[in-house]
Design a binder for this molecule. Structure first.
Ligand code: PEP
Length: 250
């Protein structure tokens, strides 16, 4: 039985004042239980989140990291720095970074390795565009995104990675994959990992793409959906805590 995990990706949203309100409310609303909960604010607010959530049940993650440890990489942040500022988790290869920042599969794989080397738990995002789904190559795309990581990191270490299946066409669009579409891809991802020698029964596979308190219960009822990576709905305490409660109840 895999414990459910719900991760909030704040993207480039927040301010000290707004975060304070959101984090205090989340701390009060998210109850300890059979779900792990992580919030991923922008870099400048990691310490604020860490301080306000200290002693509670919510952990802190970052939205990205450098593939390098230190040096002349202006504007970059290393895994060691994230650990230093209290992060346990990091999102890697989000589709917005793959498309807007040109992060190819090889870079994403190097970042997963850097995260593991620093003691962070990577949340590896994979997913196809609408064009790729309509062209019938969704599984090929997701399979090769996974392959790139397994070939760099190795099957043993990949078993400690969380995978987030995020169909690009469902992110921030209000269009959710149906629970059946998501389950089918999650089962495919698990089977792919097994084929590559990963102990995949223990790997958590999250769904991401317009998850709300309304659609979460049905998604979480599927056997291979182990939680959610939540964007927009993670910025509202009531909505995000209701998603966490749905995960705990499933
Ligand atoms: C995301 O940013 O990872 C995401 C899934 O966003 P949203 O929930 O807003 O679709």
């Amino acid at each position: 039985m895999r414990k459910k995990l719900v991760v909030g990706n704040w993207k480039m949203n927040g301010s000290l004042a707004r975060n304070q309100v959101l984090l205090v409310a989340l701390n009060a609303m998210v109850r300890p239980g059979s779900v792990d909960v992580v919030v991923c604010p922008p870099y400048p607010y990691l310490s604020q989140a860490q301080a306000l959530l200290k002693g509670g049940v919510i952990s802190v993650g970052a939205q990205n990291l450098s593939a390098f440890n230190e040096g002349a990489y202006t504007g970059e942040v290393s895994g060691a720095m994230l650990r230093d500022s209290g992060c346990d988790w990091v999102i890697v290869g989000h589709s917005e970074r793959r498309s807007a920042n040109g992060e190819a599969d090889g870079v994403v794989a190097a970042k997963v390795q850097a995260a593991l080397d620093s003691g962070l738990r990577p949340i590896l995002c994979v997913g196809e565009t609408l064009e790729q789904r309509e062209g019938g190559v969704a599984e090929d795309v997701v399979g090769s995104q996974l392959d790139a990581v397994v070939s760099v990191v190795g099957a043993v270490l990949v078993s400690s990675v969380v995978v987030a299946y995020e169909p690009v066409w469902a992110i921030g669009t209000g269009k959710t994959a149906t629970p059946e579409q998501a389950q089918a891809m999650h089962a495919f991802i698990r089977a792919c990992l097994v084929l590559r020698g990963v102990a995949a029964q223990g790997v958590k596979i999250l769904y991401g793409g317009s998850v709300t308190a309304v659609n979460a219960p049905q998604l979480f009822s599927k056997p291979d959906i182990d939680g959610a990576l939540v964007g927009g709905a993670s910025l509202v305490a009531e909505g995000f805590s209701a998603i966490c409660a749905a995960a705990a109840a499933s």
